[in-house]
Ligand binder design. Structure first.
Ligand code: C2E
Ligand code: MG
Ligand code: MG
Length: 620
């Protein structure tokens, strides 16, 4: 044993003048050491010294290193394994013979071919070294992941005579690496792939060559009103509910389908490979059916609904129908668009992505960008519509009405952008701009034309403005900054907006009433027309909607409705302003019914600033 060790040690290569790539430096330094003593020692003595030094160094290195070492003599086909090499797979010194089979037989089937081909390439001198990873069977029956390095050693004739190498156990390191990677692309709570990994998987799948009949589908899911769950039950129940939801989703899928958590209450599903184009919809319906039952979490029973958008590569209206390589990232975006449509259609439903909805979406985001730009660049302008005393058409005030001076499209009426502004929340900055500008203008008129001191300015306020926590404060501040007498300001809000937010509106309104600001109920009669809030809200005016005034001369039912509204105003001691008066006949009829004020094309259309100023000047 001892002799074979010696025979297979690096000293052996030295004595047989074998060079290896890895020990070249070592040899050089040994040679220089030898030459220093050349004068005193004979050639044989020099070799013996060198041999001893090298042997000692090798033995020490073998003991110290944490790696297992091996040394394969190709002529004898004997292989030396260091004790460490053997212990790495749980074997004692005597348990492993000097036979290469001891090693190769333990290498995992998936790695053995690569290892053998690397070893052969080294052996044949095609490569001088290689590194690779393989799994090696341990005595405990488990595999350990090893990193192996091998160098070929040549004899004096330049032929490969030995293969020498080391082996490092990287099982733990790989486990940690895997864990870190896993955590980076998985959701901690549900263990599902996160957005990053899902997108990665979609990209990889998109790049594969697929038969054009191969079908993919992406479902984008969003839980309806999930934030209320966290608010009402707390985050810990919310978390547990999410885990239950994932189980429900998984129960509706095949093993080859992937579900990922994209965000707090957003999930995506990849359906790969199906034959029937109705399959994605069927899966979505199955999921929604699964959600029709309450989900038990602790001692709660929670009913959740889910909105689902669907996109797949064989949808007849899909933009990519004729592409053989299907871009799954795009279908994820399309499924998201369809999901938003499902939300808009009342939630708890599923919608298949359609080209038309895609174009609508593009158009909408373009308009939204335009609107944002309009705010930044102050592309808005105020028009003023006179409000008059019906009896003599004398001016009592103006309603400020916004217009959008679009750089390309020209003047845009509020009907064409207020809904978008409300849906995007942009109505809030726009609304405050209107309030500030209109108050400023009224204050300027009052300074310049003393006869306008008794006029008021009426401004439309959206409920979203009132929902802001400091709405009352903001309005008071604008009044303070512009110097407008609060009694000259009327705020118009619509019935439906009040009903949606009655508590918040009441809060802000009470503050403003104390300042002397007046409150008008706009478009009266078109909303809920509930009497209860007429009672609890400190309203000063009702504005009868234009639709009641139209045809009042010929339509008896409209006339009766207007009479009822006028009576109601009397009971609640409210002033009345009739909107949309277009004919003298309508004006006379309203006057007969004791309606004092009105606005409409009969008196004037909404006019730009310059015309409104002339109207103030000509009014006496
Ligand atoms: P509104 O507050 O009911 O304003 C009255 C609307 O009726 C105005 O339309 C006005 O031009 C129109 N009108 C007045 N008299 C007549 C008439 O005799 N015949 C007809 N056919 N129409 C008449 P406009 O200016 O297009 O505004 C439409 C709506 O847009 C407003 O209805 C209001 O709800 C909203 N709006 C306008 N400006 C603002 C604003 O600054 N903020 C908010 N939140 N909404 C605004
Ligand atoms: Mg109005
Ligand atoms: Mg109105």
């Amino acid at each position: 044993m001892k002799s074979s060790l010696l025979e297979h040690s690096p000293a052996h290569y030295l004595s047989n003048s074998i060079s290896t790539c890895s020990i070249d430096n070592e040899l050089e330094s040994e040679e220089s050491m030898l030459s220093a003593n050349k004068a005193e020692l004979t050639k044989d003595q020099q070799l013996v010294h060198a041999l001893k030094d090298s042997e000692t160094r090798y033995a020490l290195a073998t003991q110290i290193t944490h790696d297992g070492l091996w040394d394969w003599d190709l002529s004898s086909n004997q292989i030396y394994f260091s004790s460490r090499w053997k212990s790495m797979i749980g074997c004692q010194e005597q348990e492993i013979k000097n036979n290469p089979v001891e090693w190769l037989v333990r290498v995992h089937l998936t790695d053995i071919d690569k290892l053998k081909s690397n070893l052969s390439a080294c052996w044949r001198g095609e490569i001088s070294r290689f590194e690779m990873e393989y799994s090696l069977l341990h005595q405990d029956g488990e595999y350990r992941l090893m990193h192996c390095q091998c160098v070929a050693a040549m004899d004096g004739d330049g032929l490969v005579s030995r293969l020498i190498g080391s082996q490092t156990d990287i099982t733990e390191r790989k486990k940690i690496e895997y864990q870190l990677n896993y955590e980076a692309d998985h959701d901690k709570l549900t263990n599902l792939p996160n957005r990053q990994l899902f997108i990665q998987q979609l990209k990889e799948l998109s790049q594969l060559e697929h038969n054009s009949n191969y079908m993919f589908g992406v479902l984008f899911l969003d839980l309806d009103c999930f934030k209320n769950i966290n608010k009402n039950f707390g985050h810990s129940i919310g978390d547990r509910l999410l885990v239950e939801i994932v189980h429900k989703l998984q129960s509706c899928l095949r093993s080859r389908d992937t579900v990922a958590r994209l965000g707090s209450d957003e999930f995506a599903i990849l359906l790969a490979g199906f034959t029937d184009t109705s399959f994605p919809s069927e899966v979505a319906c199955r999921i929604q059916q699964e959600f029709s039952l309450p989900i038990p979490v602790e001692n709660h029973s929670i009913l959740m609904t889910i909105s689902i958008g669907i996109a797949f590569n064989h949808s007849s209206s899909d933009i990519q129908t004729h592409n053989t390589s299907y871009n799954l990232i795009e279908s994820l975006q399309n499924a998201e668009i369809a999901m938003h449509q499902a939300k808009a259609e009342g939630k708890a439903c599923n919608v298949i992505f359609q080209r038309s909805s895609y174009l609508q979406h593009i158009e909408k985001s373009k308009s939204e960008n335009d609107l944002r730009e309009a705010i930044e660049q102050e592309q808005f302008e105020l028009y003023y519509q006179p409000i008059v005393k019906l009896v003599d058409h004398s001016l009592v005030g103006f309603e400020a009405l916004i217009r959008w001076q679009h750089p390309v499209k020209g003047l845009i009426a509020p009907a064409d952008f207020i809904t978008l502004a409300e849906n995007t929340g942009l109505i809030v900055p726009i609304g405050w701009w209107v309030l500030r500008s209109a108050c400023q203008q009224m204050a300027t008129w009052q300074q310049e034309y003393p006869n306008s001191n008794s006029l008021f300015i009426s401004i439309n306020i959206s409920s979203q403005q009132f929902s802001q926590p400091y709405a009352g404060h903001i309005i008071a501040q604008i009044l303070g900054e512009t110097g407008l007498n609060p009694r000259c300001l009327k705020l118009e809000i619509t019935e439906s907006e009040i009903m949606e937010n009655i508590d918040v509106v009441l809060n802000s309104v009470t503050k403003l009433k104390n300042l002397g600001v007046q409150l008008s109920l706009d478009d009266f009669g078109t909303g809920y027309s509930s009497l209860s809030y007429l009672h609890c809200l400190p309203i000063d005016n009702l504005k009868i909607d234009r639709s009641f005034v139209q045809n009042i001369e010929s339509d008896r039912s409209k006339l009766e409705l207007v009479k009822t509204i006028i009576k109601l105003a009397e009971v609640f001691e409210l002033d009345l302003i009739a909107e949309g008066i277009e004919t003298q006949q309508q004006c006379t009829q309203l006057l007969d019914l004791q309606c004092k004020y009105g606005q409409g094309y009969l008196f004037s259309k909404p006019v730009p600033l310059i015309t409104a100023t002339i109207l103030i000047n000509t009014d006496n």
